[in-house]
Unconditional design. Structure first.
Length: 315
């Protein structure tokens, strides 16, 4: 386990460096720059050139990357080119909101996915199995922003049951107004719940009638013990990997959901930074998303190795 953890950590470190390079390269390719935004439509090329010189945007790409990488490795993500404030302050202020949304979504997704996946896997072809398959196809056919608009039109504008957006609610006030979180969390949960439940269902269905389970039935073990002690641990290994992909999906969905429901989290900050061509802020937000995904997938790999250890000499 220790050797495996070291090897996976080395791979994760390489992925982190690749993320650093990719984030800087992609943000450098964005059309326009901060100077164009600061001088506005009425500004001249001379004014834009002065701003680029002041902000160091006229330096060669390699030189800018070296300076940026050196600062990032020291924990310094620079200052916003628009506000002049340290970027880490803004990211830290928004991080709690996104963590709250993702945490609420995971608190709903994990137990429901296990319940639905095990129930449908043990009863292949039943109504719950068909309903899960149908819901998965339907939700994958509807983009998240369309689903959010439909829920707003139905539950907020039509029935008046829930607030349409979180506009005017500060991040620290969100836990005190849980009704504001229902629609954003519902949109985040919908697709990830179906994906994770289907993965659990596939694992349970494949192993409930496998040779191990059949042999244990011949030995007289009860069905519940067979499912809990032998079927589910093996079925959960691929589900853990799917859970890591669900976290990736939650991070990507946060950009859409927070913008749609006016939630002041990392997704909203990322969109605003892109609109303002605030490159240091864009790079910082992108790094937070990417490095979180790398860390979550590393933990998932270690968990899978623990659930289904690879023995030396095994074919």
């Amino acid at each position: 386990m220790f050797r495996y953890a070291l090897s996976r950590a080395a791979v994760a470190a390489g992925q982190c460096f690749a993320v650093l390079v990719a984030v800087f390269a992609l943000t450098s390719l964005l059309p326009g720059d901060t100077a164009d935004v600061l001088v506005g439509e009425q500004g001249t090329e001379e004014q834009a050139a002065l701003v680029r010189t002041r902000l160091g945007l006229d330096q060669p790409v390699v030189s800018r990357f070296g300076s940026w990488l050196h600062a990032v490795l020291q924990g310094d993500f620079g200052r916003s080119l628009v506000t002049g404030l340290p970027i880490t302050h803004e990211v830290t202020a928004r991080l709690g909101t996104t963590a709250l949304l993702a945490g609420c979504a995971l608190a709903v997704v994990v137990p429901l996915a296990l319940l639905l996946g095990v129930a449908s896997g043990l009863r292949e072809g039943s109504w719950i199995d068909r309903a899960l398959n149908g819901a998965t196809v339907l939700l994958h056919a509807v983009p998240e922003f369309v689903l959010g608009l439909l829920l707003v039109a139905w539950l907020s504008l039509g029935l008046g049951l829930l607030p349409a957006t979180a506009a005017g609610t500060a991040g620290a006030e969100l836990p005190l107004t849980p009704q504001v979180l229902v629609l954003p969390v519902g949109v985040l949960v919908s697709r990830q719940l179906c994906d994770l439940a289907r993965q659990v269902r596939i694992g349970v269905a494949e192993r409930k009638d496998g040779p191990v389970a059949s042999h244990l039935r011949l030995l007289g073990l009860g069905e519940r013990r067979i499912v809990v002690r032998h079927v589910m641990p093996n079925a959960l290994a691929p589900a853990v990997q799917q859970l890591a992909r669900c976290v990736d999906g939650l991070l990507g969905g946060a950009v859409v959901v927070e913008s749609l429901f006016a939630v002041s989290g990392l997704g909203t900050g990322f969109v605003e930074a892109v609109q303002n061509r605030d490159l240091p802020a864009v790079q910082c937000y992108a790094l937070v998303f990417a490095l979180t995904a790398v860390a979550v997938n590393l933990l998932a790999d270690l968990a899978v190795h623990r659930l289904v250890p690879v023995r030396e000499g095994r074919a």
